[in-house]
Design a protein around this ligand. Structure first.
Ligand SMILES: *[C@@H]1O[C@H](CO)[C@@H](O)[C@H](O)[C@H]1NC(C)=O
Length: 116
């Protein structure tokens, strides 16, 4: 019983909040605020897909980017998570995703998601 409960707590913690933040000590340029246009929506969708196949984008807020080898976008997005339960859950994520100079597939660099 006790073991079950601690496993449940662990699962809940994982469900409630998870971050992937590789430690990188790079110097980056300043942030430029970007209005939500088609490319920002594409990038946000790419972030959702790379966070997990069970996520889909609901909304976008605060897109900014830094110029590196491309543009490193900082975006806040809401995603819906469909899983084993029929009720879809909303998670709110802060993501950093690189839009490469070549215009190819955006590459998710880090993300931090919380249940709403
Ligand atoms: C997510 O949705 C909530 C309301 O459901 C809203 O207040 C919030 O601004 C949204 N965040 C983003 C990143 O779109």
């Amino acid at each position: 019983m006790r073991v079950q409960r601690s496993v449940l707590t662990m699962v809940l913690l994982i469900l409630l909040s998870y971050c992937v933040q590789p430690a990188e000590g790079k110097m980056l340029g300043g942030l430029t605020v970007k209005r939500t246009d088609r490319r920002v929506r594409e990038i946000a969708n790419a972030a959702a897909r790379q966070i997990g196949g069970e996520y889909s984008l609901i909304s976008i807020k605060k897109a900014k980017y830094q110029v590196v080898a491309g543009k490193l976008y900082h975006i806040n997005i809401n995603l819906s998570k469909t899983g084993m339960s029929l009720v879809s859950k909303v998670v709110s994520c802060k993501v950093k995703i690189l839009d490469p100079l070549t215009g190819g597939t955006p590459e998710l660099k880090e993300f931090c998601c919380k249940m709403k």
